[in-house]
Design a protein. Structure first.
Length: 466
């Protein structure tokens, strides 16, 4: 079969120092109101950047090298290392395993979310897919039976505990903590956030809604590799898809090119259609290219500063330089296809729904699927209005953490947390033992909070003692 190949000349006018094929592993996202995290950016072209919904740009920390992300078979067996209770306490003091969010003012809701996530993992662990995965899992301690029993026991503890302290004590007594070696061999894990965005869209193209999301072509399995690039599929301007491989596969149209691009990075979205109805879309497939972070490219080209990189900075750059979209977006050759999901909740790669703030994405080639984990990192929480205007220098008098990332502009502050989560998802740019993406939910606030997660921390998996 022959295809019309779109010209890509327009895409090749920049500094030769750009690393074309390098996939900077991450998937962390940039959010509209915060530092980077690892996905791609969103926007509404008709609004100033400061008013847009926070979206995510996946950007891998540059210090992570590809060799760190692809451990050998022998190294895989040592990716998760058991840690003694004494060592845990020495590292984190009395806070380790103390998940006070479960008993916060809205704690019932958060316990319900945790229980939902546990039940979804238990459902997955009862499938043939889980049996196959654990039959080949390289770390001997993580058998399917033990992971299941650990989850069932933890579920009972959550239901019967009356406080964060009681749950913490029970977990420390009954479970072994296995720490990820991280990206540096010392346990350092980089955390980012992701979310399910909500956008305006149309089922038919109009003068305002011109940028399509596409169905998986029926002949996709017959496409030869290397697959066509993003520029070859949709043109450098994102409007030429009807001229070639994608013709007739349009699913829905977006009003903003950056939003359509972000949905490809996120893998799902809720859409408010102009006819008053709603639509949900989910991942259906992708071309075989590594993920390339747009945020990373902007840093490398000196367009935005690396320190404190935020989605507003990226959105402002594209607001001021709209033609740069034609230059930067085509550099991420990976192209994602979608299907309509008819209101179903977003699903992770285990084919079970992910749960806000209780599901994480990791590299499933090395991490145990569906397993119980504990993350220690910074999570944005709602800030009292009187604190949002504080400067870093004011932090001590307010008994707040005192680092540049601890007080943010806007309605959130970062708080160091111990959070029990379930490992239920992955991402094309989430690679190696030093990366975790936290699912933050659906909509604008979830996006704003996801975009503020760009910190280091620790990752533990929990198994019942033998």
């Amino acid at each position: 079969m022959s295809f019309f190949i779109l010209s890509t000349t327009c895409c090749f006018r920049w500094n030769t120092s750009i690393r074309w094929g390098a996939a900077i592993a991450t998937i962390t996202g940039l959010s509209l109101s915060g530092p980077l995290n690892g996905m791609e950016p969103p926007s509404s072209v008709h609004e100033p950047a400061s008013n847009r919904v926070a979206e995510i740009i996946r950007v891998e920390p540059p210090r992570v090298e590809s060799s760190d992300l692809e451990p050998s078979d022998a190294e895989l067996e040592n990716v998760l290392v058991p840690v003694s209770q004494e060592a845990l306490v020495s590292m984190f003091g009395s806070q380790v395993g103390w998940d006070d969010q479960l008993w916060a003012a809205d704690g019932d809701g958060d316990r319900n979310r945790l229980m939902t996530a546990i039940d979804q993992s238990l459902a997955y662990l009862s499938t043939p897919a889980a049996a196959d995965s654990y039959a080949e899992y390289p770390i001997a301690a993580f058998t399917l039976s033990r992971v299941q029993r650990s989850l069932e026991r933890f579920r009972t503890l959550v239901l019967t505990a009356s406080s964060a302290t009681e749950l913490q004590q029970s977990v420390l007594e009954e479970f072994v903590f296995y720490r990820s070696v991280g990206h540096d061999g010392e346990g350092t894990v980089d955390f980012t956030g992701y979310f399910e965005p909500t956008y305006a869209a149309s089922r038919v193209p109009t003068s305002d809604y011109r940028y399509p999301l596409y169905r998986l072509p029926s002949d996709f399995e017959s496409w030869t590799e290397p697959h066509p690039t993003r520029a070859e599929l949709e043109g450098c301007d994102g409007l030429q898809g009807a001229q070639g491989w994608l013709s007739g596969n349009e699913l829905v149209w977006l009003g903003d090119r950056l939003e359509a691009f972000l949905i490809q990075v996120q893998g799902s979205a809720r859409l408010q259609l102009i006819d008053g109805t709603e639509m949900s879309v989910g991942y259906a497939g992708r071309t075989n290219y590594p993920y390339q972070s747009i945020g990373r490219l902007l840093i490398d080209d000196g367009e935005v500063p690396e320190y404190g990189l935020s989605l507003p900075a990226v959105l402002e750059f594209f607001d001021q330089n709209p033609s740069a979209l034609d230059r930067y977006l085509p550099q991420n050759n990976r192209f994602v296809f979608f299907r309509e999901t008819f209101g179903a909740p977003p699903q992770g790669t285990l084919s079970v729904p992910v749960t806000a703030e209780r599901s994480i994405a990791t590299d499933k080639s090395i991490m145990p699927p569906g397993a119980l984990a504990l993350i220690v990192t910074d999570i944005p929480i709602a800030a009292p209005s009187q604190l949002s205007a504080l400067t870093v220098e004011d932090a001590s008098s307010a008994s707040l953490p005192q680092s540049p990332n601890d007080i943010t502009s806007g309605p959130f502050i970062n708080q160091r947390v111990n959070r029990y989560v379930l490992d239920q998802d992955t991402g094309g740019a989430i690679r190696g033992p030093g990366r975790v993406d936290v699912f933050m939910g659906t909509g604008q606030e979830a996006g704003e909070r996801a975009g503020l997660i760009n910190t280091s921390g620790a990752l533990y998996y929990l198994l019942l003692r033998d």
